[in-house]
Write a protein that binds this ligand. Structure first.
Ligand SMILES: C[S@@+](CC[C@H](N)C(=O)[O-])C[C@H]1O[C@@H](n2cnc3c(N)ncnc32)[C@H](O)[C@@H]1O
Length: 238
């Protein structure tokens, strides 16, 4: 079974990412502003996770439909923020072509698949469901920032006792992916995520018919830089 079926669909995920609930107050309004769609626009939140960003999208008058692979996340979302939700896999979205004005893909939710074909498939599925002129917001971790952050601690177990877990991260031998092992609640998890270069992100978006209209290097909309912690792309369907 691919790692992402289990890692996100386990109660430990809510412990490991507990700080992201607090981050939502900053990220939600900022990312919604960068998506930059008028009130009433129909937006697919893919993946929606447990809905931490949902109130901020809704507050801008957007009509939100959420989708995610994890039943556990969807249950929490439904309890806390009831909007139309569907269980789905990025590679085959259960939506009609051109049905959406926007796709909102926050918090490094691309690159999970083992093959380039499947990772491109996720983007071509985003393109398929967007209407011409519709916008994708793709919020990724900056590759160079991650290289700097991992230098010196790569392969070391780091303790986060207050957060209740241990973590060890390393680059794959080909330098394309980061493997992050975690021990939490007596169980072991391992994220295995492709960390693309800027050229690779743009090439995939271009291939899918979603050329980049803006690239940002932070939540405040500052311009993209190689070293930025976040690479946030706004792409428009041809
Ligand atoms: C890092 S979380 C981000 C969630 C949300 N965007 C946020 O900012 O809180 C990644 C999410 O992707 C979902 N996911 C992982 N693999 C998926 C797949 N193949 N198809 C759809 N969703 C997937 C996980 O269940 C998880 O909720």
């Amino acid at each position: 079974m691919d790692w992402f079926f289990r890692d996100f669909d386990h109660p430990a995920y809510f412990t490991i990412y507990a700080d992201k609930a607090a981050d939502a107050g900053l990220e939600g309004p900022a990312l919604t502003a960068l998506l930059d769609l008028p009130r009433g626009s129909r937006v697919l939140d893919l993946p929606c996770g447990w809905g931490r960003l949902n109130p901020y999208l809704c507050a801008q008058g957007l009509e939100i439909f959420g989708g995610d692979l994890s039943p556990l996340n969807l249950m929490r979302h439904q309890a806390d923020h009831p909007v139309p939700l569907v269980r789905l896999d990025f590679r085959a979205l259960p939506f009609r072509p051109s049905c959406a004005d926007g796709v909102f893909c926050a918090f490094t939710s691309w690159g999970y698949f083992a093959t380039e074909e499947d990772n491109l498939r996720q983007i071509t599925e985003f393109a398929r469901v967007l209407r011409p002129g519709g916008a994708l917001l793709l919020d990724l971790a900056g590759r160079s920032f991650l290289q700097s952050a991992l230098a010196g601690v790569e392969g070391d177990w780091l303790e986060f006792p207050e957060d209740g877990y241990l973590e060890k991260a390393r680059w794959s031998p080909d330098g394309r992916r980061i493997l992050t092992e975690r021990l939490c609640q007596g169980e072991a998890f391992c994220h295995d995520i492709w960390i693309p270069t800027d050229s690779e992100v743009r090439a995939c978006l271009h291939l899918a018919g979603l050329p980049v209209s803006q690239a940002y290097g932070g939540l405040d909309g500052r311009p993209w830089t190689q070293q930025a912690e976040r690479w946030i792309y706004r792409a428009i369907k041809d």
